[in-house]
Write a protein that binds this ligand. Sequence first.
Ligand SMILES: Cc1cn([C@H]2C[C@H](O)[C@@H](COP(=O)(O)OP(=O)(O)OP(=O)(O)O)O2)c(=O)[nH]c1=O
Length: 189
Amino acid sequence: MLHLASKSPRRLELLRQLGLDPGLLDLDVPEQRQPGEPPEDYVSRVAREKAGAGLLKVMSSPQAVVLGADTEVVLGDTVYGKPTDAADAARMLAELSGRTHRVITCVWLVSAGREEHATSISDVRFAELTGPQIEAYVASGEAFGKAGAYGIQGRAAAFIAHLSGSHSSVMGLPLHETAVLLRKFQLLP
Ligand SMILES: Cc1cn([C@H]2C[C@H](O)[C@@H](COP(=O)(O)OP(=O)(O)OP(=O)(O)O)O2)c(=O)[nH]c1=O
């Protein structure tokens, strides 16, 4: 039985796209980057901590497999998580405007006897955004709860001049890599 250690509605939607119907685990794993921690290491550590915390909750069923994932937006050495408020969201979007950033998503699958993970990195080029465009986007509410203050699956698709990588990974779960992992646990044919 697959359990999703995530409150992200996108991750559930993406797993359902593969025909899966995971159980949902409600967890609160802190997302705090250590000083000097490389972005890839940070994303991998948080995803693993989410999966590990989820496994503790379902220990009573030995067949349980738990999926944890983390997505961050990275520009240079700056890691953009979810914006704290409208001003924070507007600042992030202004900094991403006209530049190419990376979106790093790591997914971990853990069970009582096994753990496997994969990382997907995409390059996303934003068009130059005007002040009124940023203001209108933040006012739409779509910026909140998303790394880098945007969602590729919504209005912000119009900001993306070029994507090299995986659309599902930018949304929160790389479906190709996730399917490869799920097969290792016999959860997909
Ligand atoms: C860049 C981008 C991120 N996101 C979302 C995916 C993730 O839900 C979120 C990044 O935050 P995460 O910490 O990865 O996930 P979360 O807090 O939403 O859920 P949980 O920790 O419970 O698993 O940003 C989009 O939906 N679209 C996008 O284009």
